[in-house]
Design a protein around this ligand. Structure first.
Ligand code: FAD
Ligand code: SIN
Length: 541
């Protein structure tokens, strides 16, 4: 009895210290996560977790800027039409109109929170133009807008006493009725989220974070491809967690490749050469100096991204090139240095003076247009679970995102999700009886090389068969190869103690599976899903 009590005490104590309780759990420290956290913090305690450091987010890498109608020559209608055209008929028009109308208010808010956007000497904002935009409407901070936004909003979050930030905390899985053992069926519609299991990378312990409301802002998945502009954190974790929790995911086939990443094969992530450089007058050329975009689209270098990326892909295949070039040498050198100081400096590190030499560029995986389905309030199909930012599918982007619409979407939907969460929080309570994560009987992962190898194979499959140009045969082959990796990863996951590496691989496999499945299901070429078996059905608006 005494022994039993002792163990009961220890077990109670361990149980207590492995559980963290909060009103709001926010997963992700990018723009979507930070803005939501700031807004709900006025209505309860917030725990914000991020899998590496606060600053290591896609948001920090954003260069071009954030789109919003700003000057008298522009109009909401023009921005709406540009977005709809880029989206190739799959945007939700109501969502498009709503997000674009919210733009000016959100820009004001970002400025109020301390973000600096560049101004012209006359005091007006210096608006840039990017591909697919009929007017200049991109607010920017030199060529590192995302870094500036991340700096400003992070400062606000760090100074907010209602928000606890936990860096190096990796969300493994959402907690739903599955953990209580009474849901097995994907058709269930009453799934509810009670928080998440979270791995503390420093202590190497899994905590149960119980929350009344959970919010996912985990960003994209560029790292499931060989070459990407995304930092290492982008492995599709949020989407995979929701998929495993049996929530709805959609439009995954629409993976956007940015046309112009710097061609520097040893570098990962690939350094982006912002589209704003083409907006500024930069021209794509082949190795002989031929400006090829006129052969593909009347909008030439400023056609929507899917068209430009496909054109480059085609030039490289037909002419046997490893890359093409962006030529800015005819532009004013001083202006280039002033507007794009980071790209200029980056060029010098690899011995290219971009004001005198052409920049070698190649397309790279950049942005996921689909993701976790959310409604007009940012709520997922799972109760008490919200999502925003790149991980979410709101209906704004359709089959192809218009440049610089993603930061806008992240702030608008963080705001919507916050407003709805605030209304609901009083009715929510913490779930009792949730078991802590257990990995009894499993051993630490011995063969890290297996994970590294599986990840490389996954990236090769996605790049070779599920890239810019697809076919039914390639997709079929990709699925077969992926199934092998899926089975091997499952076995490895079940017999190993938790590590970030195995969790990320598991998530990447889930995300890749969803892309392939949805690409196979789409029997047409539309926007970013270009399949050579359906050339006659190519849909461009
Ligand atoms: P992110 O900013 O990516 O943040 C994701 C967060 O989730 C990170 O903190 C990460 O650590 C965390 N996370 C992920 N998984 C887990 C987990 N399992 N556990 C805990 N935490 C986790 N868009 C524009 O509109 N304009 C631009 O000019 C622009 N330029 C870009 C340039 C580059 C190089 C890149 C890569 C993207 C660019 N984009 C741009 C896209 C835009 O930056 C992103 O879509 C947007 O920043 C996404 O914000 P987010 O908050 O959704 O995700
Ligand atoms: C860029 O600056 O070219 C990126 C813009 C974006 O991805 O929206």
């Amino acid at each position: 009895m005494q022994i039993y009590s002792y163990f009961a005490y220890i077990s109670f104590f361990i149980n207590y210290i492995m559980k963290i309780k909060t009103d709001f759990l926010v997963i992700g420290s990018g723009l979507a996560g930070l803005m939501y956290a700031l807004k709900v913090a006025k209505h309860g305690k917030v725990v914000l977790i991020t899998k590496t450091t606060m600053q290591e987010t896609n948001t920090s890498y954003a260069q071009g800027g954030i789109a919003s109608v700003a000057y008298s020559g522009d109009s909401y209608e023009k921005h709406v039409q540009d977005t709809l055209v880029a989206g190739a008929g799959l945007c939700n028009e109501k969502v498009v109109r709503n997000v674009i109308k919210e733009g000016p208010k959100m820009i004001k808010e970002l400025i109020k929170l301390g973000t600096n956007f560049d101004k012209k000497p006359d005091g007006n904002y210096d608006l840039a133009r990017e591909g697919g935009h009929s007017e200049p409407r991109i607010y920017h901070h030199k060529d590192n807008t995302g870094f500036e936004i991340q700096r400003a909003i992070s400062e606000q979050v760090m100074n907010n006493e209602n928000i606890t930030v936990l860096e190096n905390h990796f969300a493994i899985d959402l907690i739903t009725q599955h953990q209580l053992g009474y849901i097995t069926d994907r058709t269930q519609t009453n799934i509810e989220c009670y928080g998440a299991y979270v791995f503390n990378k420093v202590e190497k312990k899994v905590y149960t974070i119980l929350s009344k409301i959970t919010y996912i802002g985990t960003g994209g998945l560029g790292n499931i491809y060989n070459s990407t502009t995304n930092p290492e954190i982008a492995t599709g974790d949020g989407i995979a967690m929701v998929f495993r929790a049996k929530g709805f995911i959609e439009n995954m086939e629409f993976v956007q490749f940015h046309p112009t990443a710097l061609y520097n094969p040893s570098e990962r992530p690939s350094f982006l050469i912002t589209e704003a450089m083409r907006g500024f007058g930069g021209v794509l050329k082949d190795e002989k100096g031929y400006a090829f975009m006129k052969d593909y689209d009347e909008r030439k270098d400023l056609a929507p991204r899917d068209i430009v990326a496909r054109a480059i892909d085609n030039e490289m295949k037909v002419k046997g090139l490893t890359h093409v070039y962006l030529d800015c040498t005819m532009l004013n050198a001083e202006e280039i240095k002033q507007h794009f100081p980071n790209i200029y400096k980056k060029g010098l590190t690899i011995n290219i003076d971009i004001t005198k030499e052409m920049i070698p560029v190649v397309p790279a995986a950049h942005y996921l247009c689909g993701g976790i389905r959310v409604n007009k309030n940012g709520r997922t199909s799972i109760k008490s679970l919200y999502a925003a930012g790149e991980t979410a599918n709101t209906g704004l982007h359709g089959a192809n995102r218009l440049a610089s619409n993603s930061l806008l979407e992240a702030v608008v939907y963080a705001d919507k999700a916050a407003k709805h969460s605030i209304k609901k929080i009083k009715k929510r309570s913490l779930k009792k009886g949730i078991q802590d994560w257990t990995d009894e009987g499993v051993s630490p992962l011995e063969e890290m090389v297996l994970i590294t190898q599986e990840f490389r194979e996954l990236q090769a499959i996605m790049s070779n068969y599920v890239g810019i140009v697809r076919s039914n045969l390639r997709l079929e082959r990709a699925l077969k190869r992926l199934e092998v990796i899926y089975m091997e990863t499952k076995v490895l996951f079940n017999k190993s103690k938790v590590s970030v590496e195995i969790c990320e691989l598991r998530n990447a496999v889930n995300a890749a599976y969803l892309i392939i499945k949805m690409a196979k299901r789409r029997k047409e070429s539309r926007g970013l899903n270009y399949n050579i078996d359906y050339p006659d059905k190519l849909i461009v608006l």
